[in-house]
Design a protein around this ligand. Sequence first.
Ligand code: GLA
Length: 379
Amino acid sequence: MLTGTQKSEISFNLEVAAPGRINLIGEHTDYNDGFVLPAAIDKCIVMKLRINGTKSRCTIKSKGFDSILVADLYNLKPGTEGWHNYVLGVLNELQLATQSLKGFDCEMETNVPVGSGVSSSAALECGLAFGLNELFDLGLDKWQLAKLGQRAEHSFVGTKCGIMDQFASIFGKKNHSMLLDCQSLDFEYIPTNISPYVILMLNTNVIHNLSTSGYNIRREESASGLKIVSGRFGVANSFRNITQNMVNQCREELGDILFRRCSYVLEENQRVLEAAKALKNNDLVRLGELLYESHEGQRVKYEVSCPELDFLVKFSKDESGILGSRMMGGGFGGCTLNIIHKDAVSSYVERASRAYEKTFKIKLSYFITVPSEGTSIVT
Ligand code: GLA
């Protein structure tokens, strides 16, 4: 008779690791034809895959969620459980693109914090797409895989996300961040060694239920604002063709909210370009200032922050070892990204945790991260 351990010993043909991501700066600019400065991180989802010999039966076992998803390639539609839709969406997109999938088994394990704004979802999408591309020799290139992950999220999950997360998870490079032009999709690797400073992520451990609806609403608002300004000046409908001066001239027509959304996008794009320059010149002080400005823009003009994030950013301002801090990712919860001197980390985390818990009755968690390699085959 087989023992419990022996029973689960399946031999897999392929192991893939797909990382989450951070974004140094450039939030809500990706779907607005703007610039972003993300990096893959040293936290990954690891997937083991094998062809199981069936025509269409796929089993995906998640160790973290302690559950198994069984999917039929001939009958792919959105499910009810959160993580299932990322998987089902990717399978659906791969089938639409290639019609070449067959039954497979997958086991996955992750140490990317879920719901924390570091893109555990993109890691899941990209790892699966990348792995199945290898397993079935589908011939898709990295950009096709990243875009496919994004489409999966649009159609099966319902978040109308931009391309940043999937891009970063797929294209990440050790010790580098990436300046991506989300209009042309040209990008540049920027060496990112900030020693003696480190990147500290503080996780609020809150995710407000606005996160999906609020995100999509922001996307609609910025598109509406852009349409008004580009229409008035007869230029092509892209944030790259409008200026703050044009936005100012449309202030009345835009109304207060759309005016602030458009201004934020234009300002954040400038900050990204300046931050990339600062990073290249090793001007970490300027980089830190830009982080604070980005947070302020997101808090006041784009309105994607929340009291927990604002608290942590404000708290960081009294700390001499911290150069900059801001909310990161889609917003309404998740993590702040902090550039902090390595010697200041432990005492700062202790004080911030105490103050945060006292105010919100929620435990803070944290991790230090470094720019890391993108999605790749382990064996
Ligand atoms: C989420 C989305 C990204 C991007 C960020 C905000 O992470 O998936 O495409 O829009 O929010 O910058």
